[in-house]
Design a protein around this ligand. Sequence first.
Ligand SMILES: *[C@@H]1O[C@H](CO)[C@@H](O)[C@H](O)[C@H]1NC(C)=O
Ligand SMILES: *[C@@H]1O[C@H](CO)[C@@H](O)[C@H](O)[C@H]1NC(C)=O
Ligand SMILES: *[C@@H]1O[C@H](CO)[C@@H](O)[C@H](O)[C@H]1NC(C)=O
Ligand SMILES: *[C@@H]1O[C@H](CO)[C@@H](O)[C@H](O)[C@H]1NC(C)=O
Ligand SMILES: *[C@@H]1O[C@H](CO)[C@@H](O)[C@H](O)[C@H]1NC(C)=O
Length: 835
Amino acid sequence: MMNKISSHNFSFCLAACLSVFAQPQGVAEVKMGEKKQKEFLTVPPFECAWHEELRFSEAGRGCVAFEAFAHNDVTLVFREQVGSQHYHYKMDTCPNYTVILGSHRNRRLKIEVDGKAVVDVAGIGLCNSSAFQSYWISIYDGLISIGKGRHPSQDLVFQWRDSKPNCNIQYVGLSSWDKHVGYRNVSVLPVTQHQSFPRCHIDCKGHEGEDNEDVGDTVVARHGECGLQIFFESWELSDVFFIVGDGEKVIPAHRVILAASGKFSFSTTDECFIHLPSVTYPVLHSCLEYIYTGRTRIAEPELSSLRDLSVQFQISPLTKHCEEIIDRFKMNKKLFDSGKRVELMYSDPWVQHCGIFPSELPLDVQKLQHFFLNGDHSDVSIYIDGHGFIARAHKIILSIWSAPFSKMFTNGMLESKTSEISLSDVPAEAFLLLLQFMYSGKLEIEDETRMGALLVPLLILADQFGIRSLHRECCNCFLEYLSEDSVCPILRAISSIPSCKFLEEACVRNFSRHFDYCTTASAEFVLLEEGIFRNILQHPDLTVTSEEKILDAILMWSMQAHDIYSWETIDKLLISSKPHLFKDRLPLVESLLPLVRFPLMPSVILKKLEESFISSELPVLDLLVKEAIKYREFGVTISGSNQNARFQHRRSSFKELQYICDGDNNGVIYYAGTSYGEHEWVNPVLAKRISLTASSPVSRYTDPKALVSRTYQGTSFSGPRTENGRSCAWWVVDVGQEHQLMCNYYTLRQDGSTAYVRSWALQGSLDMQNWTDLRVHENDQTICKPGQFSSWPVHGPSALLPFRFFRLIMTGPTADASNPWNLCICFIELYGYFR
Ligand SMILES: *[C@@H]1O[C@H](CO)[C@@H](O)[C@H](O)[C@H]1NC(C)=O
Ligand SMILES: *[C@@H]1O[C@H](CO)[C@@H](O)[C@H](O)[C@H]1NC(C)=O
Ligand SMILES: *[C@@H]1O[C@H](CO)[C@@H](O)[C@H](O)[C@H]1NC(C)=O
Ligand SMILES: *[C@@H]1O[C@H](CO)[C@@H](O)[C@H](O)[C@H]1NC(C)=O
Ligand SMILES: *[C@@H]1O[C@H](CO)[C@@H](O)[C@H](O)[C@H]1NC(C)=O
């Protein structure tokens, strides 16, 4: 039987189920404070109750005492601010501590820091479904204490210290998991450092002797929690069973997991019992725990049995581990008290553990990928509507990564029994990548050209199926591909995905730093959403060569231009196309215009704007321009307030160094010689403001000082060197580590020779590795006399890219056949926007 599940509707479906449970005795009505004695509060499943009064008087320090009535999962959340009522399926990254009494069907106590389990112990502080129980939880600079009973600081049952305490948490949320939790008599009390907790020793016996009467019970995965650890000794999805010792104890496991971690002798048929009469339960338990969680503890005398078992099943990392420790014991018997439990850990103890391979679990990823390709041990076939069969997979692998899949397979309903699922509204190619990720832990897009097309659907899928690490990988990929050219398409793609805020911020920043380029190289930015465009315009790092550029961009965006226009062109268009050039964005243009800092514009431009048609059409513009003119003339504003950002210079602004004529004093190299306008001119190479390098070694005729000395040199050249098997000659100008130039003009001067340069390029770079052509000359005949000056503009969007290094490189021989590869220039100057 085929079971249709639309992945599109999947989270919707989940939400709908939840709201069915959510009952009208909602949390909003609850009143705390004085009336608390009388109040009952029932928190419906998957909700959380917050209240302004439920807060510690001092951030990071306080105690909450309460009574609770529940089957399981009495959950308290501690945060810096109040949170959302539906916190379980809201992507919310606010730091928090979460304490769960009676998690895992009321068998364990759990503490989570920012959603990651840091404590998970059996049998402590459990719930009681037949009567209200009193509890208290106190937090003091990361020391979390939990007690049972009416009196805080008495009857401590558990204590844990956060090594990186969150001292900002203040609000207490009362929450639940999949059952209603009743709370009453909730009060928040202060705690002091010296408040003494009776020294009650807590014996965390670890996992020893967990009761197994209710072995058929389901261990429900908490939403958002995944990892293999939740399937450790779980009957969910199990398809192989160990029978150990005399007691014939049965322990469930999962074939594909065992097969990927070692060599277990189960045939591919239905033979699903592995009899181990001579192995004791604690030893097998440890072995499985190591596989499923990446770590285990075992009593020292049992270490050699564990070693033998790992040899038998060829779990080589475990064998190695056991042997190392056994050797250390042999070397120094006093090292450990005999009888003590030793800890074996597969992964670095510092990594936050959540039981996901490849880094955290001893699973052979190559074997897993092989099982995926061949369908070995597979228990589910996946189909996609409109595409057909996609792959044979393993429910447990899917469940490790994805809580929605885990839920689908373990909810005891139809989907959990079927061996075929069909998804609709899922892009097949991206979904296959998602599956491959689940088997390798890596994102591998072989065809780089498909990258752009696949990342967005993949990111959406990662979100839909709750695979956080894939989500992260996708975001990293985007960041890697982020450049001035890709920032617009990326912003458009991710703006619909709410969980990509971080990436969005990086893009907005990048866009605002390259504002001129991004709004000139293509008109794609007009497709950005209003909110994002506004964020760019308001970004503190916004860098522009002139305020006019911002005005141009706002007008282009508002008319949804297909081409690049200046405001003057738009002014003309407006005359002819009246009245609806801005269509539905007319109100937006008015709200965006105040983001242009008109007072920073030159008076001539303001005058032109004042007289323009566009000002008469847009009253807001007219007002802003008049205000700016007045401000420039009299230093006063119409409103009387010049505190507005409109009147401030932009933090990151470039200085315009404009070309006037050949050999003028307006270029960057001259400016550097005056220490950027501070002093009399000195040679900028000697003053170490500018450095120059040539393709040939420094000599009498190849002298960086001479090139910027502003005096004519009869012989000055850079000689050729061989690069990639070709002759080439070049000069590189470095304007300094702290500086950048958007170069829009440059000047050269021929030395006394007739070796005129004919084919060359001016290039820019930020790192001396990647060079961008600014202007390419092919057989350019401009220079035709010794000592001649020549200047050229740099056109197009590349004139708006800031660079630190500029290279003048010959790409063909000079006009002098006897001296074809010397770059014979005795002067260079660059112009543009400098900072
Ligand atoms: C706790 O922190 C994690 C990680 O930032 C987050 O995913 C989760 O939503 C937070 N929980 C609450 C209730 O704020
Ligand atoms: C639960 O509460 C009832 C009534 O107070 C009590 O008899 C019982 O022992 C409690 N059970 C546990 C496990 O504390
Ligand atoms: C609240 O707690 C106090 C003692 O801390 C107790 O006397 C009172 O009965 C409790 N209220 C309810 C409604 O149980
Ligand atoms: C924009 O992003 C690219 C790629 O991450 C990066 O190399 C560049 O430095 C960023 N530019 C700015 C100004 O943030
Ligand atoms: C140069 O650019 C290419 C492609 O844009 C990139 O792969 C490479 O890493 C860059 N090199 C350096 C040194 O930044």
